[in-house]
Ligand binder design. Sequence first.
Ligand code: MN
Ligand code: MN
Length: 297
Amino acid sequence: MEEDIIEKYKKAGEIAKKVVSFSKDIVKENAKAIDVAEKIENEIVKLGGKPAWPVNISINSIAAHWTPKQNDETVFKKGDVVKIDIGVHVDGYIADTAYTKEIGTNNWKDLIKASEEANKAALDLVKPGVPISEIGKVIEETIKKYGFTPIANLSGHGLNKYETHVPPTIPNFDNKSNLMLEEGMAIAIEPFSTNGVGKVIDAMDSEIFKLEEVKPVRSPVARKILQIIEKEYKTLPFGKRWISKRIGGLGLEIAFRELKRNGVLHNYSVLKEESNGIVSQHEHTILVLDTPIVTTL
Ligand code: MN
Ligand code: MN
């Protein structure tokens, strides 16, 4: 990995670390999710980065891909188990990090500890040549040791310039694969622990989209949206609320439907634990070098 690329990953990580600690104070009882999301995203920009996706705020049985819509009324309640998943990029080089906070109670301390310790144990194993299944194995064992279940159909992943999910897949269980970590990979490791069955399903359409394929589109509003995406977000996920700040009105919904139907945009699904188990997540980004660098820790 070239030195200037390493520096950009490190800068993104430094910003993400500061934003995580900033966010921990504002994720609290009665806070509005939309205010928290916007404060986090503004803080990223203030510190010299860009949001690599709309901050994911996933509450209780929701595991991933929820972000508030514009004018969202969701408020954090006492007892909520909240996952905050933050993406920062510097010239397309991404820091991907997440943590879990229980609001005002302590009922899920061990569940939260399970994903946190699993994440740490996995990071400790990372170096070039390590089988990816060993990472999954230590994650699975750690979470089970606490009496919980890893979510098997959510996984860590490689990162690349302006790309959030590239090979390899980093499993949260021992998948017996003999694929190995290679020098120069940037990867995110993200164990999810649950008291449920350990599987997520699609719950509903998310507010999060991503450019799938550039194609000619008919309506002027759709064309304008596409221009914004190509210029500002490229192949990174973005929120409909980001676009609606710039293009208001009824035309927006129609244009989004057109772009989705034409296969120009991919619409993410909100992922929910199948048996409504409570979900905890911890995540860090690590550069697989001879001396590995955890950019977000
Ligand atoms: Mn993440
Ligand atoms: Mn990730």
